[in-house]
Design a protein around this ligand. Structure first.
Ligand code: HEC
Length: 284
């Protein structure tokens, strides 16, 4: 492809994308997929975003008291609760939390299974022995594991939303969704037939009916730091906690990204100056 052809091709591609984008916009709005999901201000949003230690600690409390009987979080180790860029708990506090969970282990000498309290090196044990038991206890629907859920639900913004988000560096779709879902339960609208064993929640991505009963209500979890004990606050805190569980190294990643950008900017400047110097005495 010659240079001119290449330029024309790029222009045409850009035009086509623009047309597709303008066509897709009304379609997405008509489906109403974004309507129930609210963008929220997160402490960890933006280029310099950071998790808020106190919020993660509250989110952990909500998880343990209101979600942990159904949802596992099997990739998160108790020791990570002491992470400086995470809940930043003292070792004693993390040990205390771990000791409240039971782990099935195997005796090294007899080979017999036995139960022991969890240690810092263990991961959060699942509340059910396996997926089938978890689904059976929840009307056939399996409560998904929390370890990566906040990231797994992050790509729900269809075209062109995800392209806009990529340029705007917007990565909080997952927590936005969880935050909205927890507050999204509604009365069954007039004239709609109730579905037995399901709850009406138009925010739910897989349809209006979810098998999860409303897990939170005002005043359910006690906060010791004076933070309001409301459904909204719980939803925010637990969504932030789930984001941390899914991406514990977010702060380091953002910091590294920023350093790389500075490095590239300096490198670009040096290359430009070098080029000017090398070509200074050459006719062109
Ligand atoms: C009584 C059991 C139970 C409790 C308690 C519970 N959940 Fe669920 N949850 C479920 C089930 C079952 C599903 C699967 C729903 C479905 O597929 O219809 C689910 C699904 C979810 C989903 C995924 C929705 C999706 O798009 O797939 C999220 C997020 C979630 N729960 C968050 C929470 C949070 C946060 C809490 C605690 C505040 C919580 N859940 C407490 C049973 C529970």
């Amino acid at each position: 492809m010659t240079m001119m052809n290449c330029g024309a091709f790029l222009r045409r591609a850009a035009l086509a994308t623009g047309i597709a984008a303008s066509l897709a916009l009304p379609a997405a709005a008509a489906e109403g997929e974004q309507v129930h999901i609210h963008k929220h201000e997160w402490s960890f949003g933006g280029v310099f975003g950071q998790y808020e230690t106190a919020q993660l600690q509250r989110g952990l409390k909500v998880y343990r008291e209101a979600c942990g009987i159904c949802h596992s979080m099997q990739l998160v180790a108790f020791r990570s609760l002491t992470d400086e860029t995470g809940p930043h708990m003292s070792e004693e506090a993390a040990k205390q939390i771990a000791s409240e969970y039971r782990i099935s282990d195997i005796n090294n000498e007899t080979g017999q299974p036995f139960e022991r309290p969890a240690l810092l090196t263990d991961n959060f044990p699942p509340p059910f022995p396996n997926r089938i038991a978890a689904a059976a206890a929840n009307g056939g629907a399996y409560p998904p594991d929390f370890s990566l859920l906040a990231k797994a639900r992050a790509d729900h913004r269809g075209f062109p939303g995800f392209i806009v988000d990529a340029f705007a560096n917007y990565q909080e779709n997952g927590p936005d969704y969880i935050y909205s879902l927890l507050q999204g339960y509604e009365e069954v609208p007039h004239g709609v037939e109730p579905v037995p064993g399901k709850y009406y929640n138009p925010t739910f991505l897989a349809g209006d009916w979810i098998s999860m009963p409303p897990p939170l209500r005002d005043g359910q979890v006690t906060y010791t730091d004076g933070t309001p004990e409301t459904l909204e606050q719980y939803s925010e805190d637990v969504a932030a906690f789930m984001m941390w569980a899914a991406e514990p190294k977010l702060e380091q990643r953002k910091e590294m990204g920023f350093k790389v950008m500075i490095f590239l900017a300096v490198l670009a400047l040096l290359l430009y100056l070098t080029k000017r110097k090398l070509w200074r005495n050459i006719e062109h």
